[in-house]
Write a protein that binds this ligand. Sequence first.
Ligand SMILES: *Cc1c(COP(=O)(O)O)cnc(C)c1O
Length: 347
Amino acid sequence: MKTYAFPGIIEDDILRISAGQIPYMRTSWFSGVMKENERMLLDAIGCQGGRVMFFTSSGTAAMESVVQNYVAAKGSAFIIDGGTFGHRWVQLCEYHGIEHEVMQIPFAEDIDYEALEQRVACSRPAVFLCQHHETSSGQLLDIRRISDICHKFGTSLVVDVISSFLAEELDMNGMGIDVAVTSTQKGLNLPPGAALVFLAENALKVDFRHNNYYLDFQDNLKNLERGQTPFSPATTLFMQVNERMHRNLEKGIGNVIAATREKALYFRRLCAKYGWEIPAHNPANAVTGFFVHKNADILCDELQKHGIFIMPSGKPHFFRVSHMGSDTYQDLDDLAGLISEIENLPR
Ligand SMILES: *Cc1c(COP(=O)(O)O)cnc(C)c1O
């Protein structure tokens, strides 16, 4: 099987970590693994002095935990809704009855940053919620420009980096990000099932709300002191996080990001060759989103006959290929060739 859907192709030896017996987690050995995970993750995202909470959940629970513990404590939110994932912030705030204002961004477009500054200047929200990479379209947002605006008006910056962590340059302290969330099945290129919440030093000073027993920040932070989670963690998945981060730091985070970018650029040249349009104004490294011309309705099924997965979308003719996995340039040549063949099947 070749998968260009998240989390992408994972190396066999990393997959095998979760194929054996499950070691017990209330041990000093597992505490050591988690403490090392925290150190390596903070290092990789430039969040020295901060903390990482580990949840056994998908990424959306991490987003929800931030809304319930952090945004609820701070008050109001300003949200960039540029697609499926931006809209998820809106739904979470609606669901939890948090006052919020929304700036809608058309599909695959960048923000009008001047207009954004005017709106933030006017409403002075307590918290800003956005994505770094809106994965539904492939559009990357300019976090440094957003951060400048937030700092001008005393707004705390929360960024969903679920599909940009380890795929784009990220430096929480340098970029002024207070809270960031990610999950295992994207940049970490691991099975789904765990999510991470990064809290910068600033965010740790907040008097968190207690609205979610399982995802309570104070309780999780207290347990983190001894390298533990309050409840049973996905033990082997956190062992895989450990191995992945060792490998990433050995390669150098900059090199990991560059390798993903190179693969993305290579695939985009193939898109140009076959005439597939890429709508994103500023395409992110993690995925390439592109429009095919014909046979979109059968594309995924036909690829699956060859044991290949790419990601469809709600938008007609629009597909996404992930660059997070350990696929090769040859794999990308083969993939693009096959998509083109299917596109040209007579019907
Ligand atoms: C994948 C993703 C999520 C979270 O989705 P889950 O299915 O809950 O893991 C959130 N935001 C972005 C930008 C994503 O790419």
